[in-house]
Design a protein around this ligand. Structure first.
Ligand SMILES: NC(=O)c1ccc[n+]([C@@H]2O[C@H](COP(=O)([O-])OP(=O)(O)OC[C@H]3O[C@@H](n4cnc5c(N)ncnc54)[C@H](O)[C@@H]3O)[C@@H](O)[C@H]2O)c1
Length: 354
């Protein structure tokens, strides 16, 4: 038996009679889990049945030192995208068997290092697609139609009354939407464009199958064509070495001067310095961002700009969806300690999990 399997089989001794529930034989042997947030009640219910859980509850985020200290004696970790699971953390947690991030993006987790340490890494795909696609559209409409500029006028009492050329923005209906990253969320964004009679073009490392293209009336194009022809570009690629600064000075220069950029993927996909420069030089018309290169900071040159909308990384933030994400993370942890393959494991095959 290889080491990974042996390590995971060891925990299966906790599961005796399924009728008694998990870990019923000896409550003293309940695995210890660290959760870096109190999570939502539905997720706590899942975890509390099976584990001894240390929830980090203070309002301020857990510090790196505290995280390393608390995870040292834990068997499992439920974390957020703000916590890095890297070589240092894994070395500090010799008993750790699973790191479950409450996010679909897993650029906070060094999956290869997890595999080396025989730690299962899991994420939360699928449950946030529509909520995130809705929000990409919220940003797209708001930047195109200058909603926040108008809102600011109303709040400051500076609206001079109706006029013909006031806050004239870009149309959405009938325009060309470029989806960069045509995965679960990108497709959701494309699907919504059908209702606006838009032309949808997409670029992805992998071409979608014909049926999907037909259903969404989406046309596969190379990246340069997408930059050149889109009126709105919506980003949905994961953060990877080859997507970091994908929105570079050079690529911004290929966009239409009337085009808008929407980013609900990950901040470092956009070179914020280059974006600020492109806006200043009117290379593009505007940008709406949910994510940032150095969260929670925003590039200072973007802050005073009226042609930018800045949202605080809330694209998946509906109560239902965030609850589903937390429950999904909890269920992955339960599955592993029950001797099952966690449904959303990123390295199940590498670890030989069945
Ligand atoms: N702002 C938020 O709150 C929020 C919420 C959910 C997801 N996200 C981000 O959105 C990303 C996408 O999520 P998803 O569930 O749609 O993922 P997904 O894996 O279903 O889709 C990603 C797509 O990007 C493509 N891709 C990968 N590398 C590429 C490259 N170099 N060039 C072109 N295409 C490439 C993949 O082939 C895939 O089709 C996540 O990784 C996450 O970072 C952010």
């Amino acid at each position: 038996m290889n080491r990974a399997v042996a390590r995971f089989t060891k925990v299966a001794v906790y599961v005796t009679n399924p009728a008694q529930g998990l870990f019923a034989r000896d409550t003293l042997t309940k695995p210890k889990i660290l959760s870096t947030r109190p999570l939502f009640p539905a997720a706590r219910t899942v975890l509390d049945q099976h584990f001894e859980v240390d929830y980090w509850a203070p309002a301020e985020r857990i510090s790196r030192d505290e995280l390393l200290k608390r995870v040292a004696d834990k068997d499992g970790l439920v974390c957020l995208l703000t916590e890095k699971v890297d070589e240092e953390l894994l070395a500090a947690a010799p008993k750790l068997r699973i790191a479950a991030t409450v996010s679909v993006g897993y650029d906070n987790i060094d999956v290869a290092a997890c595999t080396r340490h025989k730690v299962a890494a899991t994420h939360t795909p699928g449950v946030l697609d529509d909520t995130t696609a809705d929000f990409a559209w919220t940003l797209l409409m708001a930047i195109g139609r200058r909603l926040l500029e108008g809102d600011a006028w109303m709040r400051t009492g500076t609206w001079p009354g109706w006029d013909l050329d006031q806050l004239v923005g870009g149309d959405v209906w009938g325009k060309t939407l470029g989806v960069l990253g045509f995965g679960r969320i990108g497709r959701g964004v494309a699907r919504r464009a059908l209702g606006f009679n838009m032309r949808v073009i997409y670029s992805d490392a992998v071409r979608a199958h014909e049926g999907m293209e037909r259903e969404l009336k989406a046309e596969f194009v190379d990246r340069d064509t997408l930059f050149r022809e889109s009126d709105f570009i919506s980003l949905h690629v994961p953060l990877l070495p080859d997507t970091r600064h994908l929105i570079s000075r050079e690529n911004l220069g290929k966009m239409k001067r009337t085009a808008y950029l929407v980013n609900t993927s990950r901040g470092p996909v956009v070179d914020e310095e280059a974006l600020a420069e492109a806006l200043e030089n009117k290379i593009i018309a505007g940008a709406a961002l949910d994510v940032y290169e150095h969260e929670p900071l925003v590039h200072p040159a973007l802050l005073p700009r009226r042609d930018v909308i800045l949202a605080p990384h809330i694209a998946s933030a509906s109560l239902d969806t965030r609850t589903k994400m937390a429950v999904m993370a909890a269920e992955n942890v339960v599955a592993l300690f029950a001797g099952r393959r966690p449904p959303n494991a990123l390295n199940a095959d590498a670890l030989g999990l069945k």
